[in-house]
Design a binder for this molecule. Structure first.
Ligand code: FPP
Length: 245
């Protein structure tokens, strides 16, 4: 039976979003790309609020990929400054709303000022428990897997782990997302139907939701629509329909 009203008892535990289309949003309006990122930041705020209202416990946002370093320096500098100002403006709200802030990715390439500020926000929100908001920054899924292989092979070499005991839980425990559950729902905006090197291991059994909406236009009613689509699916994890019922 198709449902068209949100079921509060079937909310994804972990929502991940590829926020795409800021540049196109701006171009359509004859604005600079930067304006699209500013508007995109408003969508981030709106979706974080939705997660709190809906009881989603984990939200992971693809904010900057390893490939995004190839963008013009002026745009990269703008995105870094926008990130810094957003964190500075929102740190109080994160605490007020009981939000724990985390990052995944290779932060070493980020400006020192940002690295320091990210550390501060993580430290000051680490005891919060309503929502874990994770920003993927300078993140690449294949790089994450390479790092896992390196960490585990070091442990095998030093006799901390035996290679015959390597299983899914060992891999999970060495991912950047070791403290997060698997992704239940992955959303990508802007009409592209690609994963673009995001959370490759963690989305093995995720439901995928693609929408033509550009990220700056993606707000509360759109997340509701995505959740209704999610709730209308039968997640079988390889089993048969009868086994699930
Ligand atoms: C994708 O649109 C967006 C990004 C690469 C950056 C994401 C940044 C934001 C949503 C703004 C602020 C966020 C935080 C966390 C402060 P695009 O530039 O690839 O758009 P296009 O594909 O239309 O060119």
């Amino acid at each position: 039976m198709k449902i068209n009203k949100l079921d509060k008892d079937n909310i994804p535990e972990h929502l991940a979003i590829i926020m795409d289309g800021n540049g196109r949003w701006a171009k359509k309006r004859g604005l600079r790309r930067e304006q699209g990122h500013i508007e995109g930041k408003k969508s981030v705020k709106s979706i974080v609020e939705s997660c709190i209202e809906l009881g989603i416990k984990n939200l992971t946002l693809y904010a900057f990929s390893t490939e995004n370093w190839n963008r013009p320096k002026i745009e990269i500098d703008f995105l870094m400054q926008l990130l810094f100002l957003s964190l500075r403006d929102e740190i109080k709200n994160l605490n007020k709303n009981n939000i724990k802030f985390e990052t995944i990715g290779n932060l070493e390439r980020l400006p020192k000022k940002i690295i320091e500020y990210l550390k501060k926000v993580k430290k000051e929100t680490k005891l919060n428990s309503k929502l874990t908001l994770t920003l993927a920054l300078s993140y690449g899924g294949r790089k994450e897997i390479i790092d896992v292989v390196k960490k585990i092979s070091d442990k095998v070499k030093n006799n901390i782990i035996s290679s015959k005991n390597i299983d899914e839980s060992v891999i999970n425990n060495h991912l950047y997302t070791y403290n997060l559950p698997d992704v239940d729902l992955l959303i990508r905006t802007s009409g592209e139907k690609r994963i673009s090197n995001f959370l490759l291991w963690q989305i093995a059994y995720s439901e995928l939701y693609f929408t033509k909406k550009l990220w700056p236009d993606f707000r509360k009613k759109d997340i509701h629509k995505a959740l209704i689509s999610y709730q209308n699916r039968e997640r079988r994890f390889g089993k048969t329909s009868d086994q699930i019922k």
